[in-house]
Design a binder for this molecule. Structure first.
Ligand SMILES: [Zn+2]
Length: 123
Protein backbone atom coordinates (compact mmCIF):
# COMPACT_ATOMS: atom_id res chain seq x y z
CA UNK A 1 0.00 0.00 0.00
CA UNK A 2 1.27 3.48 -0.88
CA UNK A 3 1.56 6.24 1.64
CA UNK A 4 1.32 9.09 -0.80
CA UNK A 5 -1.87 9.73 -2.59
CA UNK A 6 -1.15 9.37 -6.27
CA UNK A 7 -1.51 12.61 -8.19
CA UNK A 8 -3.91 12.53 -11.06
CA UNK A 9 -2.23 13.61 -14.25
CA UNK A 10 -3.73 14.94 -17.46
CA UNK A 11 -2.20 16.33 -20.63
CA UNK A 12 -2.02 20.08 -21.18
CA UNK A 13 -4.45 21.06 -23.91
CA UNK A 14 -1.87 23.41 -25.52
CA UNK A 15 1.51 21.67 -25.35
CA UNK A 16 0.55 18.09 -24.52
CA UNK A 17 2.87 17.80 -21.51
CA UNK A 18 1.52 16.07 -18.47
CA UNK A 19 0.22 18.33 -15.74
CA UNK A 20 -1.56 17.97 -12.45
CA UNK A 21 -3.56 21.16 -13.05
CA UNK A 22 -6.80 19.28 -13.53
CA UNK A 23 -9.08 22.26 -13.09
CA UNK A 24 -7.82 24.41 -15.93
CA UNK A 25 -6.39 21.61 -18.03
CA UNK A 26 -3.18 23.41 -18.93
CA UNK A 27 0.34 23.35 -17.52
CA UNK A 28 1.92 26.25 -15.59
CA UNK A 29 3.97 27.43 -18.54
CA UNK A 30 1.00 27.50 -20.94
CA UNK A 31 -1.19 29.13 -18.30
CA UNK A 32 1.39 31.90 -17.92
CA UNK A 33 1.64 32.40 -21.68
CA UNK A 34 -2.14 32.34 -22.16
CA UNK A 35 -2.61 34.90 -19.40
CA UNK A 36 -0.05 37.24 -20.95
CA UNK A 37 -1.56 36.87 -24.44
CA UNK A 38 -5.05 37.58 -23.11
CA UNK A 39 -3.78 40.76 -21.49
CA UNK A 40 -3.28 42.32 -24.94
CA UNK A 41 -4.44 40.07 -27.75
CA UNK A 42 -3.87 42.66 -30.46
CA UNK A 43 -0.21 43.17 -29.61
CA UNK A 44 0.30 39.42 -29.13
CA UNK A 45 -1.08 38.83 -32.65
CA UNK A 46 1.31 41.43 -34.10
CA UNK A 47 4.25 39.81 -32.31
CA UNK A 48 3.29 36.33 -33.55
CA UNK A 49 2.86 37.61 -37.12
CA UNK A 50 6.24 39.32 -36.98
CA UNK A 51 7.95 36.16 -35.70
CA UNK A 52 6.29 34.10 -38.44
CA UNK A 53 7.26 36.65 -41.10
CA UNK A 54 10.91 36.50 -40.05
CA UNK A 55 10.92 32.78 -40.78
CA UNK A 56 10.04 33.50 -44.42
CA UNK A 57 12.53 34.00 -47.21
CA UNK A 58 10.13 36.41 -48.92
CA UNK A 59 9.76 40.02 -47.80
CA UNK A 60 6.59 41.31 -46.20
CA UNK A 61 5.77 43.17 -49.42
CA UNK A 62 6.21 40.00 -51.50
CA UNK A 63 3.90 38.09 -49.16
CA UNK A 64 1.29 40.86 -49.43
CA UNK A 65 1.52 40.77 -53.21
CA UNK A 66 1.29 36.98 -53.30
CA UNK A 67 -1.74 36.95 -50.97
CA UNK A 68 -3.53 39.41 -53.23
CA UNK A 69 -2.66 37.55 -56.43
CA UNK A 70 -3.60 34.13 -55.00
CA UNK A 71 -6.92 35.27 -53.53
CA UNK A 72 -7.92 37.07 -56.75
CA UNK A 73 -6.91 34.11 -58.89
CA UNK A 74 -8.82 31.60 -56.76
CA UNK A 75 -11.98 33.70 -56.81
CA UNK A 76 -11.73 34.40 -60.56
CA UNK A 77 -11.83 30.66 -61.10
CA UNK A 78 -14.73 30.00 -58.73
CA UNK A 79 -17.83 28.94 -60.69
CA UNK A 80 -20.13 31.18 -58.64
CA UNK A 81 -18.13 34.37 -59.03
CA UNK A 82 -20.48 35.87 -61.63
CA UNK A 83 -23.67 34.91 -59.85
CA UNK A 84 -22.52 36.04 -56.38
CA UNK A 85 -20.05 38.90 -56.91
CA UNK A 86 -20.45 40.37 -53.40
CA UNK A 87 -19.98 37.03 -51.66
CA UNK A 88 -17.01 36.44 -53.92
CA UNK A 89 -15.51 39.82 -52.96
CA UNK A 90 -15.99 39.03 -49.26
CA UNK A 91 -14.31 35.65 -49.56
CA UNK A 92 -11.47 37.16 -51.55
CA UNK A 93 -10.84 39.70 -48.77
CA UNK A 94 -10.98 37.02 -46.08
CA UNK A 95 -8.69 34.68 -48.01
CA UNK A 96 -6.21 37.47 -48.65
CA UNK A 97 -6.15 38.37 -44.94
CA UNK A 98 -5.68 34.76 -43.91
CA UNK A 99 -2.78 34.34 -46.31
CA UNK A 100 -1.12 37.53 -45.07
CA UNK A 101 -1.53 36.36 -41.47
CA UNK A 102 0.12 33.05 -42.37
CA UNK A 103 3.18 34.13 -44.36
CA UNK A 104 4.81 30.71 -44.23
CA UNK A 105 1.78 29.07 -45.83
CA UNK A 106 1.47 31.89 -48.34
CA UNK A 107 5.14 31.46 -49.24
CA UNK A 108 4.51 27.78 -50.01
CA UNK A 109 2.09 28.82 -52.75
CA UNK A 110 4.61 31.11 -54.47
CA UNK A 111 6.02 29.25 -57.44
CA UNK A 112 2.87 27.20 -57.94
CA UNK A 113 0.04 27.59 -60.45
CA UNK A 114 -1.60 30.02 -58.02
CA UNK A 115 1.25 32.53 -58.06
CA UNK A 116 4.41 32.59 -60.09
CA UNK A 117 7.74 33.58 -58.58
CA UNK A 118 8.16 36.53 -61.00
CA UNK A 119 4.79 38.04 -60.05
CA UNK A 120 5.84 38.84 -56.50
CA UNK A 121 9.42 39.98 -57.06
CA UNK A 122 10.20 43.19 -55.18
CA UNK A 123 10.99 45.99 -57.61
ZN1 LIG B 1 1.33 23.32 -21.65
Amino acid sequence: MRNEKELEIIFCKWCGQDTSMLGIGICDSCWELETKIERDLEIAERIILSIKAHKCKKTEKEIEKAALIISQRVMDEWYGSEEFPEDCQLFEEILCGLLQDNPEECERLIGTAFCEEEEVKDD
